[in-house]
Design a protein around this ligand. Structure first.
Ligand SMILES: N[C@@H](CCC(=O)N[C@@H](CS)C(=O)NCC(=O)O)C(=O)O
Length: 350
């Protein structure tokens, strides 16, 4: 049984996102449970194969959105099909109520939990996106969001489009790893630690981390177009999916309110530059983002009021970052147009 999107599920009065733990140490993100890898050599039993797997996302989710951006940049749309869940979960978690008959047309399931159960019957843990499902068996393969995009970049190369950028270039991996580690701890996950803090001290620690990392990034990006090297890499993808949500949800809903993204001229221009780069902004649905956070986290927004703002029109304004040099796709090219079935509805765009 599913609930309609108009009746948001009051599923967790603590504001938990379902796979987080709350304890004396404050908000703690649990580790992904299914960490099999889909690789070129198929060492975990899951070889890279065109058409075999389905990527399940919510466009609201920053971790899933990394995979949406990578898939577009690498031109994997035909090789790895896409299921988009309703941004509002019900008591069985992510569901396919955006599809005819409330069922994913390829997997034939109503809820993502059915793929978890097919993998491990009676699976008791949290159901999370992103998830990759093996279409023939209907089984979940992985929900390891940290590994997923790295594998799309390095293991799926045989299926990349001509001109796909190298998002995790060998010579830059140490530097990328260092940057994404700090960005993860203090920014990507820092906003969640702030938003779901249950003590003043935890909140203030997280708030300090968030803005410390944003200040470091702002200084780093003042005279260089991208976080690492001269081109877009995994580091930019991971920064982007948090920055694009910042003013719409993290500033208000998660109380990360020292300043808005739009008040940091460097980071705001950097985020706009990425948003306007094919493969980034064309995956972003602000309507899904806002409705998920404000309507699902009833513990921190008990009235369920959806804010009318912020004004999103600035995302399309000139950013001037070309003057810093750098080439978004290196020796490669921009991805082609978004497949018609995957275009973002007008309600989700600036
Ligand atoms: N798989 C993850 C991270 C991905 C994640 O947290 N995704 C969120 C959405 S942004 C989710 O699906 N949460 C489960 C839920 O809300 O029911 C983990 O183990 O921490």
């Amino acid at each position: 049984m599913t609930r309609s999107a108009a009746t948001p599920a009051r599923r967790d009065e603590t504001g938990s996102d379902g796979n987080s733990e709350y304890g004396r140490k404050g908000f703690q993100r649990s580790r992904s449970h299914f960490a099999d890898r889909i690789t070129a050599d198929g060492r975990d039993g899951w070889p890279v194969e065109a058409g075999r797997y389905r990527l399940v996302v919510s466009r609201a989710c920053p971790w899933a959105s990394r995979a949406l951006v990578s898939r577009r940049l690498l031109g994997l749309e035909d090789a790895l099909s896409l299921a988009v869940a309703d941004p509002i979960q019900d008591d069985r978690s992510w569901r396919f109520t955006l599809d005819p008959g409330d069922r994913d047309p390829v997997l034939g399931i109503h809820h993502l939990s059915e793929a978890y159960d097919a993998r491990q019957s009676g699976y008791p843990g949290g159901v999370s996106v992103p998830a990759v499902v093996d279409v023939p068996s209907g089984q979940l393969v992985t929900n390891d969001y940290q590994r997923l995009t790295l594998d799309l970049a390095t293991e799926w190369t045989a299926l990349h489009r001509p001109g796909a950028p190298d998002l995790y270039p060998e010579p830059l991996r140490d530097e990328i790893d260092e940057v994404i580690d700090g960005v993860y701890r203090q920014l990507n996950n820092g906003v969640y630690r702030a938003g779901f803090a249950t003590t003043q001290q935890d909140y203030e620690d997280a708030y300090r981390d968030v803005f410390h990392r944003m200040d470091l990034m702002s200084a780093r990006l003042a005279d260089r177009r991208y976080l690492v090297g001269e081109t877009i890499t995994e580091a930019d993808i991971r920064a982007f999916t948090t920055l694009v949500r910042f003013d719409a949800v993290y500033h208000g809903h998660f109380k990360c309110n020292r300043n808005k993204l739009t008040e940091d001229p460097v980071l705001w221009a950097y985020a706009r530059d990425l948003y306007q780069t094919p493969g980034f902004g064309d995956t972003v649905d602000f309507d899904h983002i806002k409705r998920h956070y404000y309507l699902v986290h009833t513990g921190i927004n008990p009235t369920g009021i959806l804010p009318a703002g912020p004004d999103l029109s600035g995302w399309l304004t000139p950013h001037g970052r070309e003057d810093l040099g750098g080439r978004p796709f290196g020796d490669g090219t921009a991805p082609g147009p978004v497949p018609a079935a995957e275009r973002i509805a007008a309600a989700g765009q600036p």
